[in-house]
Design a protein around this ligand. Structure first.
Ligand SMILES: [Zn+2]
Length: 408
């Protein structure tokens, strides 16, 4: 436990924030600081074929210790943290034997992590929590995942009596800006399937995510003196407003949950001559996802017929639901589920209302469900992780390695 904790505390102190405005990989130079560290550490714990490529993707092998042929499996985490919140000078606080009450993160600034607001805290009474000092994020997303994978691999190196096939691990940059999988060399990784250790609470097992697209609607208008505009003015603002008014008002993020999809307008700027807005489109169901895009095309057509050709619509697919790639190889979910159950964890299987690197990797030929890493309240100052949850994740990784030799 101490080693896992030390490892995690060491990682979070290294700032690895990624940057969506950068074109390089990794997007920030500072991600190398942790990446190089991790490559050394993998060597040190006895992993083989440790490589770090020009884009800072790290891969390593734990060789098989059995005679028979079994599938090669992988475990993947990302070492960058979100650009949405500071990851500089992370100063983790260790709360031992949590008493179920408010945790003062920062006395001066009166920042409190309270179970009144974050009810999940109450399931961790008596456990050891790692929190922030209220000024940064923690980085459990996803340095908890890295600490768990490294610790599990070290354990397997030191316990050859536990039998397993060839195991591959990979740590990637830039997941938080949606590029973690972009330069991932699936062929070099050479696994039959993998798991990202990037979920939240204990038991989470996810193999379904949104189908996702982004759309931009550009409306061109015509400005005329308002006193003499009859029959002449085309007000791009009103037409944009008309467009938005046709969209189903209840199908937005604030009114949807579970498997319900939505349209989400996240940016608008406008004048009479030119108004444009951007939205994201999300749906777990591929057919309904296509229907949503079709609706945007129909509205465009309809309004162009009424007002003249003033609307241009651009739609770009972003990622797809990995379910269609995981279902044909469903034993990879069954093994993870069985691993959790064997160590007394109740699997929580639910669709992700977002995307993961695993969804992109699944479409690149590496089916890749997501497993909990233990943290909560990602991407902000209330982020925390119970050490006990991290220990459970280590146990799940080890158990999956074991079960893969038996269940396939
Ligand atoms: Zn993550």
């Amino acid at each position: 436990m101490q080693q896992l904790l030390d490892r995690f505390l060491g990682y979070v102190k290294i700032d690895t924030q990624s940057d969506p405005n950068s074109q390089t990989t990794p997007s920030t130079e500072k991600q190398w600081n942790l990446a190089t560290e991790l490559a050394y550490e993998l060597e040190r714990i006895g992993m083989k074929d440790v490589t770090i490529d020009d884009n800072a993707y790290i891969m390593a092998t734990l060789p098989s210790n059995i005679d028979k042929e079994v599938p090669v499996i992988g475990f993947i985490s990302h070492f960058d943290t979100t650009p949405d919140f500071s990851g500089t000078d992370v100063n983790p606080q260790i709360i031992k034997d949590y008493d179920g009450k408010d945790i003062i993160l920062n006395k001066e600034k009166n920042i409190v992590l309270s179970p009144d607001y974050f009810e999940d805290l109450l399931q961790y009474k008596g456990q050891t929590l790692i929190t922030t000092d209220g000024t940064t994020l923690l980085g459990a997303d996803d340095k908890a995942g890295i600490a768990e994978i490294v610790t599990a691999m070290e354990y397997l190196v030191q316990h050859p009596e536990i039998k397993h096939g060839k195991i591959r691990v990979a740590f990637t940059p830039d997941e938080e800006i949606g590029r973690g999988a972009h330069k991932f060399d699936v062929k070099k990784f050479g696994a039959d399937w993998a798991y990202t250790m990037d979920g939240s609470q204990v038991g989470e097992l996810e193999y379904e995510n949104f189908n996702a697209a982004g759309a931009k609607v550009i409306v061109s208008g015509k400005s005329v003196h308002p006193g003499y505009a009859k029959g002449k003015m085309i007000n791009a603002i009103s037409i944009a407003n008309e467009f938005i008014g046709i969209l189903p008002p209840e199908e937005t993020p604030q009114y949807t949950t579970g498997r319900e999809g939505f349209f989400h307008i996240h940016q608008i700027k406008g004048e009479i001559e030119h108004t444009e807005f951007e939205m994201i489109i999300r749906d777990h169901d591929r057919e309904r996802f296509e229907e949503r895009k079709e609706l945007l095309r129909k509205i465009t057509e309809k309004l162009n017929a009424v007002h003249g050709p003033c609307i241009a619509l651009e739609i770009k697919d972003q990622y797809f639901n990995m379910r269609e790639k995981v279902e044909p190889v469903f034993h990879i979910v069954e093994i993870a589920k069985a691993a959790m159950e064997e160590i007394g964890i109740t699997p929580i299987i639910k669709p992700i209302r977002g995307g993961t690197d695993g969804s992109q990797l699944s479409f690149m030929g590496l089916p890749c469900p997501n497993i909990f890493a233990g943290g909560h309240n990602f991407h902000g100052k209330y982020e925390y992780v119970p050490v006990e949850s991290m220990i459970k994740a280590v146990a799940v990784i080890i158990k999956i390695c074991e079960l893969t030799t038996k269940k396939v």
